[in-house]
Ligand binder design. Structure first.
Ligand code: HPA
Length: 269
């Protein structure tokens, strides 16, 4: 809690004072920054208490600015379990956001499509999740200042935000499907048997992020919503090798429509 407060203090001293909406941008998804009237860009490395960057993690910035009349705090790059970060490190920035007054949290990610009705490049609204990661950000002594010991998870994704995303997508002519996201540790992609297993347990999507932040947000009663870009189709009976550059390329192609949708929803909140 002390570290969270110190980071908050540092940001306030650097003109990052109050924000309405927090945003976490996933792999290959940064086009939203083009819609932001940017006031501050602070490298994670400068913020006391922020997890120390690993080699592969070079693009870590907290971007503060406005979209229309809303102030936004954007994480350009997130922390993943497969990089070796602990669960409290992964959710540290989201906890700082809460102290900065953030009232809504929007997240994006790149994910594998388990549901074979999804095609590469589709946008899917996450309406529930399955946590298969090996840790939980709430393990250990409860931070009573942030939330209660046993947070409710009956509706981890805000119905209000979800409705806004769905209605705006419809108005904009963007197809937005709905699905259940399973979070795994990674960094390897799944075997055919694992994709079959994920389907059987009810997952529509699989990825290596988002769920820790969503758990921390629910703990703090911070309403959140998340959208996945389907970057690869995970058909166990017809599985082609995927590579990360292809995943990033597909994410990049869907980034424009995702960012427009986020922009419209931010204006509508
Ligand atoms: N599995 C896990 N994470 C992913 C995938 C996948 O198939 N695609 C993008 N992120």
């Amino acid at each position: 809690m002390q570290a969270i407060t110190t980071a908050h203090q540092y940001l306030v001293e650097h003109q990052v004072t109050l924000a309405d909406i927090g945003i976490v941008l996933g792999t290959g998804l940064h086009h939203l920054l083009n819609y932001v009237n940017i006031q501050q860009t602070i490298p994670y490395a400068d913020i006391p208490g922020f997890p120390v960057a690993t080699v592969e993690f070079h693009k870590g910035n907290l971007v503060y600015g406005t979209i229309g009349n809303k102030s936004v705090l954007i994480m350009q790059g997130r922390f993943h379990a497969y990089e070796g970060y602990s669960m409290p490190e992964i959710v540290f920035p989201v906890r700082v956001m809460k102290l900065l007054g953030v009232q809504y949290l929007l997240l994006s990610n790149a994910a594998g499509g388990i549901n074979l009705n999804y095609k590469q490049g589709d946008l899917v609204l996450i309406d529930d999740h399955i946590n298969l990661q090996s840790g939980n950000p709430l393990t250990g002594k409860n931070l009573d200042q942030l939330g209660e010991r046993f947070p409710d998870m009956s509706a981890p994704y805000s119905p209000v935000l979800n409705d806004l995303l769905l209605s705006n997508a419809q108005t904009m002519g963007i197809t937005l499907q709905k699905g259940v996201y399973a979070a795994v540790n990674g960094p390897n992609l799944e075997t055919r048997a694992e994709y079959r297993y994920l389907k059987v347990i009810g997952a529509d999507l699989v990825g290596m992020s988002t769920v820790p932040e969503v758990i921390a947000a629910n703990h703090m009663q911070l309403p959140c919503a998340a959208i996945s870009v389907v970057t690869d189709e995970c058909d166990p009976d017809n599985l082609k090798p995927v590579n990360i550059s292809e995943i990033i390329e597909v994410a990049g192609k869907a980034d424009g429509k995702l960012s427009k949708l986020f922009e419209q929803v931010i204006l509508a909140i």
